[in-house]
Design a protein around this ligand. Structure first.
Ligand SMILES: Cc1cc2nc3c(=O)[nH]c(=O)nc-3n(C[C@H](O)[C@H](O)[C@H](O)COP(=O)(O)OP(=O)(O)OC[C@H]3O[C@@H](n4cnc5c(N)ncnc54)[C@H](O)[C@@H]3O)c2cc1C
Length: 279
């Protein structure tokens, strides 16, 4: 968007997107089901159309606010000056410590039903979480399937009132500690419990803990909420020349939302630059 405003822009990307393990990106209008890497490739190609936009596969290790912008340090020792900085560095998900979960993340293990629920709707599903974290999530998933089991992995059980509500909604509980996850035939998976029993499911959903993928926003003085994301104002602004967009600043973490926030920030930056230049 800034390229379309004839602005000089450098995009620095370390190339480790959060959804790298995913096979298909859903819910991005006109690109539903596209491989996430293919979407990135298409986006990079589109940038070539705009001569004022350049791309560098590099990590920003530091950014220091100056009187008229930022002094930006790249990992390869290069230092650059920028009038405005848009931080779009994303978050990192902390997966539960279960054997096999990393191998199945993106195919049978998911964190977001808005992203991957439709592909498994009506199928046997499991929710990972204890009475606190899993209770509401299990109820939420009944929008996608009436066959949901809450696996509490030896953690805190839901209260009697919660158990009753789960039961009313057709959700049963497996309280045993989980041993490992294993891929099965026909796209299914087995949740193996430590007592030796197994539970066949199409998918397991969990609610990840998250942390910022980069310390940049915090270092630049941004407020990080309890949920681990950056607090932003109108147009994603956090300072007079600083913007934070995408998962790093959002509880609704979807690619199309991240893209829209980029457009919002670009709009605000271009408006500001226009004000600076018109005499
Ligand atoms: C398994 C999985 C499946 C998902 N499926 C969907 C889906 O179907 N539909 C959907 O809409 N969303 C989905 N999401 C969410 C989606 O991936 C995110 O909402 C989206 O990627 C957010 O974009 P972002 O640019 O904020 O962050 P990211 O895509 O994570 O990109 C951040 C980029 O910044 C780079 N970076 C970090 N620090 C630095 C630094 N210091 N210097 C330079 N570069 C840096 C990273 O390397 C990375 O390339 C899924 C997520 C996961 C984990």
């Amino acid at each position: 968007m800034l390229g379309r405003c004839c602005r000089k822009v450098l995009v620095c990307d370390a190339g480790r997107p959060r959804n790298a393990v995913s096979r298909a990106l859903h819910g991005f209008l006109s690109r539903d089901g596209i491989n996430p890497m293919q979407l990135r490739h298409l986006a990079r190609e589109e940038l070539n159309r705009y001569p004022t936009v350049s791309f560098r596969e590099s990590e920003i290790t530091d950014a220091v606010e100056t009187a008229d912008g930022f002094d930006v340090h790249l990992v390869d020792g290069v230092r650059l000056q920028a009038g405005y900085l848009v931080v779009a560095t994303g978050v990192v998900d902390k997966l539960p410590e279960i054997d096999g979960i990393h191998e199945l993340y993106g195919s049978n293990v998911f964190h977001c039903p808005y992203c991957d629920g439709w592909e498994v709707h009506g199928e046997p599903l499991a929710v990972y979480g204890d009475g606190t974290t899993g209770f509401e999530y299990a109820l939420e998933l009944t929008g996608w399937s009436k066959n949901v089991i809450l696996c509490t992995d030896g953690g805190v059980l839901p209260s009697p009132v919660q158990l009753e509500q789960l039961g009313r909604n057709g959700i049963s509980i497996r309280p045993e500690p989980i041993q490992r996850l294993e891929r099965e035939k026909d796209g299914m998976m087995i949740i193996w419990f430590r007592n030796g029993s197994g539970l066949m499911r199409r998918a397991l959903f969990f609610n990840p803990q998250q942390y910022q993928a980069s310390p940049l926003a915090a270092k630049l003085g941004c407020t990080i909420t309890e949920g681990g994301v950056v607090k932003v104002g109108k147009f994603q602004q956090t300072g007079s020349r600083l913007f934070v967009i995408g998962d790093a600043a959002r509880s609704v973490q979807l690619a199309i939302v991240a893209a829209a926030e980029g457009a919002e920030a670009a709009f605000a930056i271009n408006t500001s630059l226009q004000k600076e230049s018109i005499c």
